[in-house]
Design a protein around this ligand. Sequence first.
Ligand code: NAD
Length: 430
Amino acid sequence: MNICVIGSGYVGLVTGSCFANCGNNVTCLDIDKNRIKSLKKGKIDIYEPGLSDIVERNFNAKRLKFTTNYKEAIENAEIIFLAVSTPPNSDGSANLDYIKNATMELSKYINNYKIIVTKSTVPIGTTYLIKNLIKSQTDKEFDVASNPEFLKEGSAINDFMFPDRIVIGTHNTKANNIIKSLYEPIIKKGTKYLNTSRKCAELIKYASNGFLATKISYINEIANLCEKINVNVEDVSIGIGLDQRIGSRFLRPGPAYGGSCFPKDTRAILATAKKFNTNLSIIKSTVKSNEQRHKILLDKISKILNNKIKKKRITFLGVTFKPNTDDMRESPSLKLIPKLHKSGAIISYYDPSGEKIDFKKYKNVNFVNKISNACKNSDLIILHTEWNEFKNLNFKRLVKKRNFLIYDMRNIYSHKKMISNNLNYFGIGR
Ligand code: NAD
């Protein structure tokens, strides 16, 4: 099939390269000229394991093309995926400007029947908006469908090729059958396929992210209680998770949820609920709990340092919101580091995905390109992100100072072992 994917970021590039890998002819389109120029040279500016291999393979096989030219990309395509960003407006609702601009542009080149599919996370009713925009531009035949994406950064290729489910929202069987046939190689491997109305598909995406965010906030709050009553939250997580009605995933406490999806999508579903005069009080509490979480962590840091943060050398190991991605969007470190810096701490950080532009404006926040150099003079090491290379460190060799402290925000290390090795070690909820 001939496919066009509009937007070549995390979702668009993964979608395009995976569909090409299934034997389709895919054109990935973006308005970012530099991104497309780099992609044509085989350079990918996104850190995502396995992505460069699959892009290179399919580019060389001429199944995957990159362009900034809408005419060329749209005229040949049978299915057009919209994978552009939907960032939050100041009131939390999704900003649909990118969707609208892409829709207006693609409308000009609809020359025969096409299906336009939203892969971006969009508010309930967006497929109607797209339909009406296109209708105002052309009288050619087309359908609009919703196909929310559930991939996770860091394991995006695997998530795309082996998803738990594929959700397609359509209003007729013609569009449904065509989209389903595109997904047939994935469905054949056993993935569950769900055909719903378009509004339902849109809501499934938001309701899923709202639920997962709630699960994370829930265990984070249980971890707060564990610290007060001297119970290990890890045992509690196991005990809860063994109940099959609950399940064991997303029950690991940490700094706070971040990334480009959960914070944005929880706020967006609240904006939708407000529009329809419905009180989603549980998601409201989740958002509040998550937004306040950095205060609890900062209090703990202050307590660990005997209320003396000024001039203390603090090392962050990892600053991204999770491992195996370079994505800094809504990472908890974006709140923690500036606050500690304001309190007079001298901060070094190391992240395998490199230096971050977000911290360049702070005088005493410096990127160090080696774990050992970052830790050498540290008073406090904060394990912020669970990258594999932080999982087996010999802290006593890394740090030259005596009496340094470790705050493991991901509970990577065994509390018992660290204490028996005479390390000043603190975890979350234990
Ligand atoms: P991104 O910012 O990485 O990529 C978006 C791309 O769209 C950019 O390259 C941008 O230049 C391009 N773009 C914007 N307007 C355009 C236009 N008019 N024409 C062509 N290209 C245009 O965003 P992302 O993380 O890939 O997210 C895309 C959508 O997918 C969002 O709605 C997001 O909520 C959703 N989503 C993201 C993830 C994730 O983990 N990142 C997972 C599931 C769903």
